[in-house]
Design a protein around this ligand. Sequence first.
Ligand code: NAD
Length: 284
Amino acid sequence: MGNGIAHVFAQFGHQVNLIDISQSALDKALETIGKNLDRQVVKGAITEEEKAGTLANLTPHTDMAKGVQGVSLVVEAATENVALKLKIFRDLDAMTAPDVILATNTSSISITQIAAETQRPDKVIGMHFMNPVPVMKLVEIIRGYSTSDKVTTTIMEMSRKLNKVPVEVNDYPGFVANRILMPMINEAIYTLYEGVAGVEEIDTVMKLGMAHPMGPLQLADFIGLDVCLAILRVLNDGFGNPKYAPCPLLVNMVMAGKKGVKSGEGFYSWSHGTKELVVADNFK
Ligand SMILES: NC(=O)c1ccc[n+]([C@@H]2O[C@H](COP(=O)([O-])OP(=O)(O)OC[C@H]3O[C@@H](n4cnc5c(N)ncnc54)[C@H](O)[C@@H]3O)[C@@H](O)[C@H]2O)c1
């Protein structure tokens, strides 16, 4: 997600410092951005000059203190882990000027909880981009309990300048997008777990029957099964309602390291190198 967010800001003229603790993640991110820009050029969406300008706006950093020096906005998109995000925001609060807006791309962690780690809860906001970021129009803008009107307006306007459509929502577990999406994905996994239908059948029903661009099991593989599990746990804990309890099959798959596209296998096998959907051996 970080590379997609950096791509879009850089494409629309912002100087972007792309920060990761891992040098190889940064190398991979710049390679991905390059390939995605090439695709935009081929489609005629941008020119070669715009591609070069976008790449020139990007500077990778492994040191967060250096990377956030002199910035006016931070968009955090580190791993979805509460303790990690709280630490990053304590550090960002100490490392940046007090007027800097601190946004997070979290899919599910409370903006209010993150904001409470800082001395500027009015300037902490959710900026939830969708995957793949350069393609998807929506940005869910999440107001924490203390987020100010001014900061919300600034981030809504900035999102529009990135050619996105921002939607303002309040800070409750899962916000809007994942509160509705994750129970659907979980139900699809339960449907498989209970033997109602197979992977391809479930996805075909939802693709052709509901006009979804891809089925919920394929989408779960794209999002990352570990990310889906983490979000369901936030919903389950946050509402205390068993309807959000993650399906045991999802829990097992994550424990087995089958996380979807990023690990090479989830409901489908992703290691064969073609675009064709191949159901994972466990579900054949
Ligand atoms: N995957 C999706 O479809 C999706 C969609 C919307 C939002 N999100 C959210 O975006 C965020 C990132 O998701 P992702 O799927 O890209 O995760 P990911 O695990 O693939 O990537 C996270 C990156 O953060 C880096 N990182 C970890 N600790 C760090 C630190 N202390 N400082 C700097 N970098 C650090 C990791 O090295 C890794 O490269 C999460 O909050 C997730 O909930 C994900």
